[in-house]
Design a protein around this ligand. Sequence first.
Ligand code: PEP
Ligand code: MN
Length: 261
Amino acid sequence: MDIRPVTVGSVVIGGGTPILIAGPCAVEDARMLRLVAEAAVSSGVSILRGGAFKPRTSPYSFQGLGLEALEIMDAVRREYCIPVVSEVMCIDQIAPSLDRVDMLQVGARNMHNFPLLSALGRTGKPVLLKRGFMATIEEWLMAAEYLVKEGNDRVVLCERGIRTFEPWTRNTLDISAVPLGRMMGGYPVIVDPSHAAGRRDLIEPLSLAALAAGADGIMVEVHPDPDKALSDGGQSLSLEGLRDLAAKLLGNQGPGMGKSK
Ligand code: PEP
Ligand code: MN
């Protein structure tokens, strides 16, 4: 099956050149997002990620800055000329996100939130659909159908690991999901090694495996000071780590890779 490329700003996902998406788990303040954006743009990253609404396991953990984070992302994307992606957890969060980010993410915990998917389907906005950690590949593709049924085929799938019995990683990266998601759905598939492994020392090998399996991109978490991150610091690269990874993954293709030809 041919892959249906998805355009986000001037970036093409699924056009034959893998892209890199990077950014903090959560936007903590404007300064940290600018530091990450600066490192991202100079390393050839195509899309900046950042969480505004965070789906945390504990209701007492940092929940994200919400609207304030969306406003920071909007400002930073203009300053650095880079598209941004951020998660929405419920229908109410779509409206404030629409004009402030370029791509909307559905997180693993909401892959089965059918009313949310249908509402996103009616926006026509690019959607990054993460695989639920307990979802089969078929269920994931059916979740994508909820978007398509409402007229939105601007869908990029994201494999982020599934729950298994292995305790040394946060989840288990299912490499089969890369070729199967592409072959059976025709969607570009990107891989998130940060949430798959839960540890930064596995980000590079898992990224290389994903690209070898045909992934259309990689999404990694980055923080200027990972040890002080308010969420997911252990699986976040430092700015230096991002530069190293980008050099390894993007090679000499340099900044601008993934832009429309
Ligand atoms: C995220 O990407 O910020 C996130 C919460 O990931 P997931 O939904 O895959 O757990
Ligand atoms: Mn995270």
